[in-house]
Design a protein. Structure first.
Ligand code: GLA
Length: 353
């Protein structure tokens, strides 16, 4: 554990290193329970950092791209920034307004990505691990109940980074935890991910309305640029004249994973990058994955290696429940009640082909 800088509130943050197999190393911070760096070898054995981020906490404070962060209480959007639960209306921060339409995004103005988590270095099933813990108090960003959250990152020597989430509450609350890592499998700071080849195990996706809230429809991907059942380059169809791609300026949609529910993480997506030969596989217990192509990056943030992060220089595969579930009774429930244990696991595995 080494210092990672001091926040504006004078909190001291730290950085932790987990050593994986040859050429594989992960760095994490207790600020936002964030994945800061992930070095992985390419097909010639050259190790590079393949996630976007900053080299100290200063970069993350006041920044709103959620690089590598743990996102909560509720990942993605809740329409109008309010919901009712058990007959009571709860008002959340409306911290985002796509198309001028306000909504709540990624837990609010100061979500879990902006908190200092308690951290313990551990070994889990023989794998080096860091366990982060956070207490989100009653009323936090408008959410009901005191929520205790646990996020454990562990790395194997097979290139797999496993993220286990657990949470309990003393009052019913919505919860939707995810990791918001942006990958560039050539190496972070490389200008584009359009050449990456993506497969997603989904025959349906969630179309959104003008405010980027799901319409409630589970639409078939057939004959659309959202069909990634067979491998396709990100760049091949991203500029297609398609109303959904236009609304979000690229891919920024939830894909419906099948078969679900699962208690064991199953394959959700793979991404292959032909220059480096790196292959990312994503396994999860979650029912959805948000595929986001860095449409809102604009080159103004300069990353850890001193290079800017322009539009589409990273992609995210945020494993999660569906956005706006508190307003959509037909979506899988995101309500956690007292006495229940929230559990979720996602594995990102980096290899070569
Ligand atoms: C998610 C959202 C996007 C955007 C990013 C962060 O992927 O769906 O619309 O807010 O997070 O910039």
């Amino acid at each position: 554990m080494i210092p990672f800088g001091t926040t504006r509130d004078g909190e001291e943050t730290h950085r932790f290193t987990l050593q994986g197999g040859p050429g594989s190393r992960v760095e994490l911070s207790d600020y936002g329970a964030t994945l800061v760096r992930w070095f992985a070898p390419d097909r010639r054995g050259r190790s590079e950092d393949v996630v976007l981020g900053f080299d100290s906490v200063a970069g993350y404070v006041g920044h709103h791209s959620y690089f590598g962060a743990t996102v909560g209480r509720y990942g993605n959007r809740i329409a109008q920034g309010r919901f009712s639960l058990d007959g009571k209306v709860h008002v959340l921060a409306a911290n985002n307004q796509p198309g001028g339409i306000p909504c709540h995004l990624h837990g609010g103005r100061s979500g879990f990505d902006k908190r200092l988590w308690a951290a313990d270095e551990q070994t889990v099933d023989g794998r080096p691990a860091v366990r982060f813990r956070l207490r989100s108090p009653e009323g936090d960003e408008g959410y009901p109940g005191t929520l205790d959250v646990d996020v454990t990152y562990s790395i194997g020597n097979d290139g797999a980074l496993r993220i286990d989430y657990e949470a309990t509450t003393d009052r019913a609350t919505p919860i939707n935890l995810t990791n918001h890592s942006y990958f560039n499998l050539v190496g972070e700071g490389h200008e584009s991910v359009l050449g990456h080849i993506v497969t997603i195990q989904a025959s349906r996706y969630l179309p959104v309305s003008a405010g980027m809230i799901p319409t409630g429809k589970l639409a078939p991907v057939d004959d659309t640029p959202f069909d990634f059942r067979a491998p396709a380059r990100i760049g091949d169809r991203i500029e297609h004249r398609n109303e959904q791609l236009r609304l979000s300026e690229g891919y920024d949609h939830t894909f419906v994973l099948e078969p679900r529910p699962t208690s064991e993480p199953t394959l959700a997506a793979t991404v292959y990058e032909p220059i480096s030969g790196r292959l990312l596989e994503v396994f999860t217990t979650e029912p959805g994955v948000q595929f986001y192509t860095g449409n809102f990056l604009d080159g103004t943030s300069v990353g850890k290696s001193g290079r800017p992060y322009p539009r589409r220089s990273g992609f995210c595969l945020e494993t999660q429940h569906f956005p706006d579930s508190p307003h959509q009774p037909a979506f899988p429930s995101t309500i956690l009640r007292p006495g229940m244990m929230f559990r979720s696991t996602t594995i990102y595995r980096l290899g070569i082909r």
